[in-house]
Write a protein that binds this ligand. Structure first.
Ligand code: COA
Ligand code: ZN
Length: 336
């Protein structure tokens, strides 16, 4: 079991997974402002949008405009989700740094989400990997419904393994194991991640893509981290969900994930203070409250003034323990 401090990478998927399911169209300018603000938080990657059919995902029909208008901060990898060759060409035309190809491990969700059989999607993705190699653009492959399918229930982990190996062998630079509707549980995540970390080539980095539909996302992230996973997708404010998966709800909250790892001394590269400032703007952006516990409670060392009556009750003694400093990034000293 791997428990030592280490650096991890967070891929902020809020602009794509987060907004794709929102019923009210978020204006292009607001999407651009969101990505630009996220660019200053220290993320390794930001998934900006997806190049899908506008009929399938109307919320992201402005993908070209968003990609053209964002400010590219050096050091941040700007990635886009693409479901087919047509989407890939559009993303390449917009200068995406990296592409996120997608298909489902379960047949029914693949058909519902992509209108293709798994066989058709596999062929499409293999052709896309070849095309991306010509273009010199790295691709990762997201495997939806890896830990369970909202239509079929349990999904055979061997199927996810088979697809992961197939795409890694075809040159995928990354494999993302996606828990599309929050069906994963920690021991399941640990088992599959350990098996794949041991068997996949080093050229294909593993990412966990978790949804908090049943409140297990942070536990699943921890379980994955303990087996050596060092990349996580997350969405600010816990936005997100697949419109073609019944019962879908938000991704693991980026701020909760960053906060948990910061408490443990694991460097995510992400600054919590500017991120929380962004999360505070999200309820207005999506016209509803967002499920952010950290936004409500504050970081663990946010302290409050002691009740005024305490001093009088204890005879004015000034020897009560001092409170924390309330700094969002503060964490206890090692062993403290
Ligand atoms: N970008 C833009 N338009 C596209 C496109 C793409 N990548 N792929 C197909 N289209 C267009 C076609 O031109 C066609 O348009 P028309 O009706 O005006 O002629 C229409 O979409 C249907 O094309 P078709 O090839 O028959 O696609 P489909 O209806 O079988 O849908 C997908 C296939 C993959 C395009 C569609 O299911 C999709 O975009 N799914 C994405 C789902 C998603 O993003 N889910 C959440 C993330 S996991
Ligand atoms: Zn998702």
């Amino acid at each position: 079991m791997n428990t030592g401090p280490a650096r991890i990478e967070i891929n902020e998927v809020g602009p794509r997974d987060g907004l794709q399911i929102e019923p009210a169209f978020v204006a292009t300018d607001d999407k651009v402002a969101l990505v630009d603000a996220l660019s200053d938080c220290g993320f390794a990657r930001i998934e900006v949008t997806s190049f899908t059919s506008a009929r399938a995902i109307p919320a992201l029909a402005d993908a070209e405009a968003v990609m053209q208008r964002i400010r590219r901060r050096p050091g941040v990898v700007y990635t886009c989700l693409v479901p087919n060759l047509r989407g890939m060409e559009r993303a390449l035309d917009c200068g995406a740094d990296e592409l996120n190809l997608v298909m489902s491990v379960s047949e029914t969700h693949n058909r519902a989400n992509l209108r293709m059989t798994r066989e058709q999607s596999t062929a499409q993705l293999l052709a896309m990997l070849e095309r991306a190699q010509q273009a010199g653009v790295p691709c990762s492959v997201s495997l939806s419904t890896t830990f369970g399918c909202p239509f079929e229930g349990d999904v055979d982990p061997a199927e996810a393994g088979r697809l992961a190996h197939r795409f890694a062998d075809a040159g995928a630079a990354g494999i993302s194991l996606c828990d599309t509707t929050g069906m994963a549980f920690p021991s399941q995540v640990a088992e599959l991640c350990a098996a794949l970390a041991a068997s996949l080539p080093a050229s294909a980095a593993l990412t966990l893509h978790l949804h908090n539909t049943r409140g297990m996302a942070l536990a699943n992230a921890l379980a994955g981290w303990q087996t050596g996973v060092r990349r996580f997708d997350a969405a600010a404010g816990g936005l997100g969900g697949c419109p073609y998966a019944p019962g879908a709800s938000g991704n693991v909250n980026t701020e909760d994930l960053v906060h948990m790892f910061a408490c443990m001394g694991v460097d995510t590269g992400v600054s919590l203070r500017p991120l929380l400032d962004i999360v505070a703007t999200l309820p207005r952006l999506v016209a509803r409250p967002v499920p952010s516990q950290l936004l409500a409670a504050g970081p663990r060392l946010r302290t409050h003034p002691a009740p005024a009556w305490l001093a009088g009750h204890f005879g004015g003694q000034a020897d009560a323990p001092a409170g924390g400093n309330g700094e969002p990034d503060a964490r206890p000293a090692p062993g403290g």
